[in-house]
Write a protein of this length. Structure first.
Length: 116
């Protein structure tokens, strides 16, 4: 079982930056593909970025390519999402996700609000 705790959200002006962190419990962190999703008010949860078990491969939604960077530190059991050039449309609750086979874990989410 993995427990995920996100942090780093907040209010930022358009064009600003934030770094989200997701701390995972357990000793099997590097078994998991880690990802970030987000959900804006009235919209479905959507994929933002993912990173392979040892960080060799990353994937991004088209809407964040070139602005967001996902990374992980397996020694610390943390995955990060560096968000630059933020836009008002990036406003959402951001969720950390850990996936391994049939196991799929979610954090509680952290709010990101980008003002225009």
């Amino acid at each position: 079982q993995v427990q995920l705790v996100e942090s780093g959200g907040g209010l930022v002006q358009s064009g600003g930056s934030l770094r989200l962190s997701c701390a995972a419990s357990g000793r099997t962190f590097n078994n998991y593909i880690m990802a970030w999703f987000r959900q804006a008010p009235g919209k479905e949860r959507e994929f933002v970025a993912a990173i392979s078990r040892f960080g060799r491969h990353t994937d991004y939604a088209d809407s964040v390519k070139g602005r967001f960077t996902i990374s992980r530190d397996n020694a610390k059991n943390i995955v990060y999402l560096q968000m630059n050039s933020l836009k008002p449309e990036d406003t959402a609750v951001y969720y950390c996700n850990a996936r391994f086979g049939v196991f799929n874990h979610w954090g509680q989410g952290t709010q990101v609000t980008v003002s225009s």
